[in-house]
Design a protein around this ligand. Structure first.
Ligand SMILES: Cc1ncc(COP(=O)(O)O)c(C=O)c1O
Length: 390
């Protein structure tokens, strides 16, 4: 039986391919240091685990949950938004729970695209924006993120006929893989542009709480008029070290939230209720755990920056998120450099071309191992490669 055209065009997920390489290397007895996938190595804070433990013993939580999420969970989200961004949300109509934000990001295209419709997708970008588009039968128009434009898409460069056919615009700040943030002026332009062309903005804010040097990333929903044109995806994964728990939410435009909720009610049955209670605890409970994680990433960021500089890189450390984005040395492609580093040092880095055409020539490092291993990774790279040239 042959899979459909979209599946024929779909390679295994970037990190599934990298995982395969990791297990092959491990089988050969190589001591791998994995700076590839953005999966926090830090444990979920204890108070969240305790709430989960209590909730799992309550039989009321063993049944099908509401697919849009417990009202109490959505209320906790609305309170968090008010505290963090001073944004008002109606928990009944403007918030929907997600089985992790990846799920919502992949599904939103199914709710909005007809065959051949266009989504505007950042390049480089988190692969799920274009994968969801492809699986839903649509086409991606890639918006390049370039250093000279502060890694923001230039909306004036989008051809009018593309904008007229576009349904969704994905944006993502703090950005994966580049680690930069966006300012209010950019979000204001996005509101104006998408309002003119009747495009739904899908802002992915998975890294909003992971930032350095006193930076507090903005929410797209802080911009006047944002709720008229868009929704924002959030995740508990990175903020509270809960990647394995699979919980997040979308918030914003009530019509889009209803559409996404209706789609989801037909394909999934919501987040395990005990996990929703743990999520409520995360959002309403003490937030010093977030600061502690950021302090740890700050130390690792310093080690990574020094390690790269020692080898000759001139890079900007991330303003936010836990990713370094750097060019590969002269003579290498993203893939050949990632392979060389793995072969010579046992360190996994992510080739930038996995994030799109404009990611070619770059690689990404995630700050997801402790500082001793982080230092060791850079020592190994220095020993194997020495100074590099560009
Ligand atoms: C930019 C971005 N958005 C969304 C996600 C998905 O997070 P989750 O599905 O765990 O909420 C990730 C995960 O790495 C990400 O990097």
């Amino acid at each position: 039986m042959k899979e459909n055209q979209a599946m024929q065009n779909l390679p295994p997920y970037l990190f599934a391919r990298i995982e395969q390489k990791v297990s092959e290397a491990k089988e050969q007895g190589i001591d791998i240091i994995n700076l590839g996938i953005g999966d926090p190595d830090l444990p979920t804070p204890q108070h969240i685990i305790d709430r989960m433990a209590a909730s799992i013993n309550d039989p009321a939580n063993h049944q099908y949950p509401s697919s849009v999420g417990l009202l109490e969970y959505r209320q906790a989200v609305a309170e968090w938004y008010k505290r963090r961004f001073n944004v008002d949300l109606n928990p009944k109509t403007e918030v929907v729970s997600l089985l992790g934000s990846k799920e919502g990001i992949a599904h939103i295209s199914f709710a909005y695209l007809d065959k051949g419709d266009i989504n505007l997708v950042p390049d480089p970008g988190y692969p799920v924006y274009s994968i969801g588009t492809l699986l839903a039968g649509g086409k991606s128009y890639f918006m390049p993120l370039k250093a000279e434009n502060s890694y923001l898409p230039v909306l004036e460069d989008i051809p009018v006929e593309v904008a007229q056919q576009a349904k969704l615009m994905f944006i993502n700040y703090p950005n994966n893989p580049i680690g930069v943030i966006a300012d209010m002026a950019f979000y204001e332009k996005v509101v104006e542009f998408t309002r003119n062309y009747d495009i739904l903005v899908v802002h992915d804010a998975a890294y909003s709480e992971m930032a350095y040097d006193g930076i507090k990333p903005l929410s797209f929903l802080q911009v006047p008029g944002a709720k008229d044109v868009g929704i924002e995806f959030h995740s508990l994964s990175k903020t509270y070290n809960m990647t394995g728990w699979r919980i997040g939410w979308a918030a914003g435009n009530s019509s889009a939230i209803e559409v996404l909720g209706r789609f989801k009610s037909n394909v999934d049955s919501g987040v395990f209720q005990a996990i929703q209670y743990a999520g409520i605890e995360a959002l309403r409970g003490p937030q010093d755990c977030v600061d502690k994680s950021n302090e740890i990433y700050t130390e690792r960021r310093k080690i990574a920056l020094a390690g790269l500089e020692r080898m000759g890189w001139k890079v900007n450390p991330p303003q936010a998120s836990f990713y370094f984005w750097a060019p590969v040395p002269r003579g290498y492609s993203s893939a050949s450099f990632a392979e060389l580093v793995l072969e010579k040092t046992g360190v996994i880095i992510t080739p930038g071309n996995g994030y799109g055409e404009y990611g070619e020539g770059y690689f990404r490092i995630a700050l997801t191992v402790d500082k001793v291993r982080m230092q060791e990774a850079f020592d190994r790279m220095y020993a194997a490669l020495g100074k590099v040239e560009f």
